[in-house]
Design a protein around this ligand. Structure first.
Ligand SMILES: Nc1ncnc2c1ncn2[C@@H]1O[C@H](COP(=O)(O)OP(=O)(O)O)[C@@H](O)[C@H]1O
Length: 348
């Protein structure tokens, strides 16, 4: 069963030789490819629409700059899904499966952490806007946010590039895992990147939680000062504010718990028997699907939390501005009304 003798500690077993440990079960070859195909189709539609809307909105606030970055990340992520579908369903050639390990999976992870980082920045921005609603911005501040965005992309690209370069070994069998294509340095870097990404994720989760706690507290204070809003709209607004938090929890928390033992099983293979490795792989794949779902849920966030997005969307679709106000918890008047009572949805 142990066929790789060159890096036994790092690479572990080729579990495919043991049929009970084969990754090629119905979950990997049918269920997830079907689910990812659905994500690809719906994701292309929603994110295509989001790109089209954001092209029409000038980058006049920090929030809009961050949202535009997330849209770009989501579009790139969505483009990686067909490659995953072909590879996991065993319809891809060896060359294409190598491409998935080297390029498209790395791009997938890169865009996932771009989204996570910008979610953190959005929370800080929404918090600042809620606590200091009348503090505006200027072109110098906007330029700084654009530079920050560029820096984040560059940092993550540099971090992930060795995962492409060091996935350079030729597969010795048609049944290979991505870790089998990595050099010793490649496996080491893969582990380092995963540690850094864990720090990025948990750091951002704490940021999002702190910011939304402060936002909720401030919203309650604002509403108890005014009697003009109905209980129903109050409830809806708070629910919308929690959308970012809910998406963050559902999409990313399970994956980051599952990732730790899976990465260990990849880089310290001999410590795990093949059944345990398979279990961690399936856990990672299932939770990774939840993370991928993020590319589909983000457009909902734009819709619920960004007034300019809704307005531009309705204008382009030639719908009246108040459309869906029962969903967003604000009528068309409150959207433009004065002053938006620490309305964290104004997208300004
Ligand atoms: N957090 C990450 N950032 C960037 N690249 C990553 C990250 N995690 C994994 N990768 C890379 O993505 C590819 C697929 O990794 P992984 O999902 O762990 O393998 P597998 O598909 O065999 O389960 C590998 O080249 C790996 O180095």
């Amino acid at each position: 069963m142990e066929r790789n003798t060159t890096f036994p500690l790092l690479l572990g077993n080729h579990s495919h030789t043991n049929s009970t440990c084969s990754r090629d079960n119905i979950l990997k070859t049918v269920v997830f490819p079907v689910l990812y195909s659905f994500l690809f189709l719906v994701g292309m539609l929603l994110n295509g629409m989001a790109v089209w809307v954001f092209f029409r909105i000038p980058s006049r606030s920090h929030f809009i700059i961050y949202l535009k970055n997330i849209v770009v990340a989501d579009v790139i992520m969505t483009f990686t899904f067909p490659f995953k579908v072909l590879s996991d369903s065993n319809m891809a050639s060896t060359g294409l499966r190598i491409f998935v390990c080297r390029v498209s999976s790395v791009l997938f992870y890169l865009t996932m952490y771009i989204s996570i980082l910008f979610f953190g920045l959005i929370s800080i921005d929404r918090c600042r806007k809620t606590l200091k609603p009348f503090r505006g911005t200027n072109s110098a501040r906007l330029a700084r946010r654009k530079i920050l965005s560029g820096t984040i992309w560059t940092f993550l690209l540099i971090l992930c590039l060795p995962n492409v370069i060091l996935t350079s070994k030729t597969p010795t069998s048609p049944y290979f895992k991505c870790s089998n294509l990595k050099t010793v340095a490649g496996l080491y870097w893969h582990e380092v990147v995963n540690h850094v990404c864990q720090v990025i994720f948990w750091g951002n989760l704490v940021t999002v939680m702190v910011c939304y706690t402060l936002i909720t507290r401030e919203l309650y204070r604002s509403y108890s000062r005014t009697k003009s809003h109905s209980t129903q709209s109050k409830r809806k607004m708070n629910a919308n504010v929690f959308l970012v938090l809910a998406v963050f929890f559902v999409c990313f928390v399970p994956f980051h718990f599952a990732r730790v033992p899976y990465t260990m099983s990849q880089t310290r293979g001999v410590l795990f028997d093949c059944k345990l490795k398979l279990f961690f792989f399936q856990l990672k794949e299932s939770t990774l699907f939840l993370s991928s779902l993020n590319s589909l849920l983000d457009p909902l966030i734009y819709f619920f939390l960004c007034k300019s997005f809704r307005t531009t969307l309705f204008k382009t679709l030639q719908l009246p501005p108040g459309t869906c106000s029962w969903l967003t918890g604000r009528g068309s008047n409150t959207d433009t009304g004065s002053p938006p009572l620490r309305d964290s949805s104004a997208c300004t």
